[in-house]
Write a new protein. Structure first.
Length: 222
């Protein structure tokens, strides 16, 4: 009945609230045809092994770019995948992920071509978000000599990478993660960057799996 409709993706100009609701119905019908128990199994609970801290950019859906299913990845997103120790929303997600879901991997994933990072690299006023982007300006400030020494077309991409690494370090230094490690919990923090041009993820080889991996200034006595 709706097979043809479900196989045709809407253009941006065709997206309306009515079409979104119809798309939902098509999704349910198609899914139940493939697996009549799909929603029963999905509603039984979640046990994802991964927490994904990503950018809010609509082009970077965690499940799609990693070829995973609903229930596989717990996700929180914000502008430019920034991690700060005063973001109660993110810290609540982190606490629930680590202490209730017992996830084993935390991935901070930025993406090349990030508008937030590009704005932080420049000096043009954008709006309220300028206050949020100050966190990335600090990353730029700490690494300005390296970034300014790069060719113009590489500067923002490198800041994207350094921002992901910096946010991963901030995750690692939270009391939540440090307490998990102190209690012997298996947990690793990773920094990745996704390319919109190739569709591939760049593992930045910044993986932290123990308190000894962090700067001693952030290490807590537990």
């Amino acid at each position: 009945m709706c097979a043809n409709h479900s196989e045709e993706l809407l253009t941006r100009e065709e997206i309306t609230l009515e079409n979104l609701l119809q798309g939902n119905k098509d999704f349910v019908e198609r899914t139940l045809e493939e697996d009549p128990e799909y929603f029963n199994k999905l509603s039984a609970g979640q046990k994802p092994p991964v927490l994904w801290i990503g950018c809010s950019d609509s082009r970077v859906p965690a499940d799609k770019i990693t070829n995973t299913m609903p229930g596989d990845i717990f996700v929180t997103r914000n502008i430019a995948n920034v991690v700060t120790h005063t973001d109660i929303s993110l810290l609540s997600v982190l606490d629930y992920s680590v202490n209730v879901l017992k996830i084993k991997h935390i991935i901070v994933c930025g993406h090349y071509g990030c508008g937030g990072v590009a704005a932080a690299h420049g000096n043009k006023q954008v709006g309220l978000i300028d206050n949020w982007l100050r966190n990335i300006k600090d990353v730029y400030r700490f690494n300005q000599e390296e970034i300014d020494g790069l060719p113009e077309d590489q500067k923002v991409d490198r800041l994207v990478e350094l921002n992901a690494i910096h946010s991963a370090n901030n995750v690692m230094s939270t009391s939540i993660v440090q307490n998990a490690w102190a209690n012997g919990q298996e947990l690793s923090v990773h920094a990745w960057v996704y390319s919109l041009k190739t569709g591939l993820i760049n593992d930045l080889k910044s993986t932290f799996s123990a308190a000894d991996d962090m700067d001693p200034v952030f290490k807590m006595s537990i």
